[in-house]
Design a protein around this ligand. Structure first.
Ligand code: HEC
Ligand code: HEC
Ligand code: HEC
Ligand code: HEC
Ligand code: HEC
Length: 191
């Protein structure tokens, strides 16, 4: 009897340690290894431009004449003000010298890239607030870190696997469509 019970507890403890170790690997090590963190090439401040300078979101994020969304503005747009260095900020100096003077585009990273098989258009979503899909950028002084999934190449704002706000996962699209009486037939988004 005594032998049996010590044998079974000797079996349970290593199992338990291994189990905890696997949880650690699954919840912490694996996500860390799966994503690589990236910073935007220039520390662009939404707070300085939108709040302090009073620029409207549509000054930079607008629809082109063909209806496509312009997304992140081109360097030429910024050069309307930054043809020369305006202030003391080192990132502004870097931006003017490396991009404006050389007429180069900044390789900005989008936070919530969609896979190629997903059709998304801002034009259909003009009645929704930016913040129902994006983080609140208006008062943001430093662009958030972007996490790039090393397997798929897709980006998100957080490397936690179960994060609701940093990603534009299928269930988030579908939840809002359901609440608004929109069809969730596969072909609506996968074309
Ligand atoms: C309407 C004019 C205007 C436009 C357009 C504009 N900026 Fe600025 N920007 C400013 C002013 C004013 C400052 C503050 C300068 C200072 O006092 O250092 C500034 C500051 C900056 C800085 C310093 C860090 C920071 O953000 O506070 C960077 C970098 C910068 N701008 C990049 C950009 C980029 C990139 C664009 C285009 C996407 C852009 N700006 C468009 C006026 C403008
Ligand atoms: C002077 C130009 C400028 C203005 C004005 C501006 N933005 Fe931006 N926006 C940028 C640039 C440059 C980026 C890319 C760098 C970054 O993420 O900060 C960006 C990125 C974003 C993104 C991230 C998109 C993604 O997923 O990759 C959102 C959301 C956004 N802006 C919303 C807003 C809102 C809301 C306003 C008005 C309150 C606003 N912006 C005003 C230039 C601007
Ligand atoms: C219904 C959800 C939704 C709303 C509302 C929304 N966006 Fe987006 N936005 C997205 C998605 C999804 C992407 C990624 C698109 C892609 O990868 O094709 C994106 C991408 C962007 C980008 C990156 C540009 C690019 O294409 O590289 C900017 C900038 C942006 N959005 C700004 C805004 C602004 C400003 C508003 C409010 C006026 C807004 N968005 C409203 C879902 C939304
Ligand atoms: C915050 C709510 C909301 C979210 C989140 C949202 N949508 Fe929508 N979407 C709508 C509404 C409302 C409509 C109907 C717009 C209309 O008919 O005026 C719509 C319409 C569409 C359409 C139909 C456009 C057309 O041409 O008929 C597509 C495609 C679409 N959404 C894709 C997406 C994708 C992909 C995502 C996630 C990346 C997404 N949506 C996230 C609210 C949302
Ligand atoms: C409202 C928009 C929407 C609808 C409706 C929708 N999807 Fe998606 N789907 C997405 C988005 C956004 C992604 C990418 C983000 C993700 O992986 O969650 C995606 C990803 C997927 C993927 C993974 C593909 C990849 O490249 O990672 C599969 C498989 C898929 N959807 C199947 C379906 C099927 C089957 C249906 C119908 C029952 C459906 N979807 C309906 C928006 C939608």
């Amino acid at each position: 009897m005594a032998n049996k019970s010590s044998a079974s507890s000797g079996g349970a403890l290593p199992f338990f340690i291994g189990f905890i170790a696997m949880l650690f690997v699954g919840w912490w090590v694996f996500p860390q290894a799966l994503f690589s963190a990236m910073e935007q090439p220039i520390r662009f401040s939404h707070k300085v431009h939108a709040e302090d300078q009073g620029m409207a979101c549509e000054d930079c994020h607008f629809f082109n004449e063909d209806g496509s969304y312009n997304g992140i503005p081109a360097t030429a747009k910024c050069a309307e003000c930054h043809s020369d260095v305006l202030g003391e900020d080192p990132d502004e100096k870097k931006f003017v010298e490396e991009y404006v003077s050389k007429e180069k585009e900044v390789p900005w990273v989008a936070y919530q890239d969609q896979p190629d098989n997903v059709f998304f258009s801002h034009a259909a979503h003009q009645k929704q607030e930016c913040t129902s899909c994006h983080p609140d950028m208006a008062g943001n002084d430093t662009p958030p870190t972007v996490f790039v999934n090393k397997l798929t190449g897709y980006t998100q704002l957080d490397h936690k696997m179960l994060n609701d706000t940093g990603t534009m996962k299928m269930y988030r699209c579908e939840r809002c469509h359901a609440l608004n009486g929109q069809s969730n037939a596969c072909y609506v988004c996968h074309r």
